[in-house]
Structure formats: C-alpha cells, structure tokens
Write a new protein. Sequence first.
Lengths: 162, 127
Amino acid sequence: MIQKKICMLGGFGVGKTSLVSRFVHSIFSDTYLTTIGVKIDKKTVDLGRERVDLILWDIHGEDDFQKVRMSYLRGSSGYLLVADGTRRASLDVALELHEQARLTVGHVPAILAINKADLASTWDIDPVALQALDLPVVRTSAKTGSEVEETFASLARAMNVT
Amino acid sequence: MSHEPLRDLLPALEIAAFQRRGDGAFLTLAEPPPWFRHLAADASFPFLGHILEEATQFWGSSEPGRREWGPCAEVDGTGHEFHYRVIALAAGGSQYLLFQLDTATDQMREILQRVRDQALAAEQRKG
C-alpha cells in the first residue's frame, strides 16, 4: 500500500493533536495537553481507486519556547497548517511556518485549517485576509468533527496526484 | 563479543538496542524494556518512517558517530504519555539503532503545559 507522510504545523494550542485524534480515533477532549516533539500516527484512507496509508506527524506547536525543527518535514508529501480561529496571532504563526516549510520540502500540497469552527461567533480572523492567501483554506472543528475527514481526504487526494 | 552484560544493563537504562545486520534486519541486543514493547511489536519499526531512511543513509556513509531524532511522544496502554529518542550509532564497524526513554522531556512537558495554559488564559483575558 502507498504510504504518504503528512505533517501538522501550527502554533501551540490551535488543535493539531485534537484534529489528529478526531481523524484517527474519532475522539475529542476539551482538556488541552501540550505536545513536545512529535507524535506519529497512522490512518488508512480510501481514495476510491486506491487506499493510502497516511502517516501523520503531529509536531509540537511553535512558540517562544519551542521552535519547530524543519527537519521533521523531510519526506513529507504534504502538510496541514492549523490556526485557531479565535486567536488571530495563530494565523501569523501558521503562515510563517508555511514559508519555512516551502523552503524545506518545496511546493508540496498544503491546506490551511482554521480550527475551532464551533466557536465561529468569537472568531478573530478576517475572512477577507483568508481569501488573499495562496493556499486552500478550510474551517474545521475537532470538537464536532466538522470538515475534519474531508480536509485530510482532500490533502491525501492532492498528494496522490503529485 | 558477548552481549551478556548488556542484557541487564540496557533495560535498566530504559534503552532498547538493536544491531543492524548486513541485510538490513535488526537483531535485538537485549530484551527491550517494558515501555518499548508497547511501541513496537517487532523489529521492523514501520512507525519510524523517514527516520529509518535517514538512519540508513547515515549508516551507508560509513562514518562513525551518531544521529539522533526526537523527542517522539507516545501514549501507553494506560493513557500515560511518554517520550523517547531514536539514535542511530556507528561504532567499531557495527551499526546500532537505539531507543531511549526520555524522562527529561516528560518533566519539560509539565513545565511547558503550565506556561502555555497561562499564555492561553492571558490571551483570552485580552480578547
């Protein structure tokens, strides 16, 4: 079976681990548990004509205390950038990581997930600013599961044709 | 060389150690410690992904020394999260792959958890 590596990139507390947990294990916890280093998980997705093993690298969030080492991205077929819709600064972090990732792995497929769609009424991110970005943007909720499966499937399909 | 002393020493140091044979297969040097048995049921290490590819490149370079990856996080059967590091070693003409439990990172995580909880709370107060 084909294996594809996907990296999860974003600031701390945006929901990277929660998105992976929702996608792989169909579970969600409201308790925030910070990630150190990398958690590796796997899920098989059915893309119609073939099945692909997605190897998910859930990399710790970027902040002043922990910088993301781009060496984690080696061998990635794509990456999911994650920002927290309720924290505007987390979008800047995700976009900065996007620039760094491009320098490391080139123009592989990437999607920006604005997470916490269940809190959309308190979002702090300008939708107009999102339209100007040069990458697909989706609104996800790890809590409700909204758009989570679809986002990983979209990324898998994009990787499978590159 | 006999690996007899290593059989007690390596698990006591929370290290799972393997020697890489010429055909690329891994031979365990000692019974892995309990934390590692949860991680890998056999010595093929599919969870390592590109780490194993990079380690193979390192061994192929025939240079002595070590390459290290991690920390990697994993959850045991009781839901407890732990961390480990992966080390590729070339020494004395032999190639080794080591997995070492990283308790220092466990402690660091507790500190960062508190710092980030406070940072998130401060952001919410500002917002």
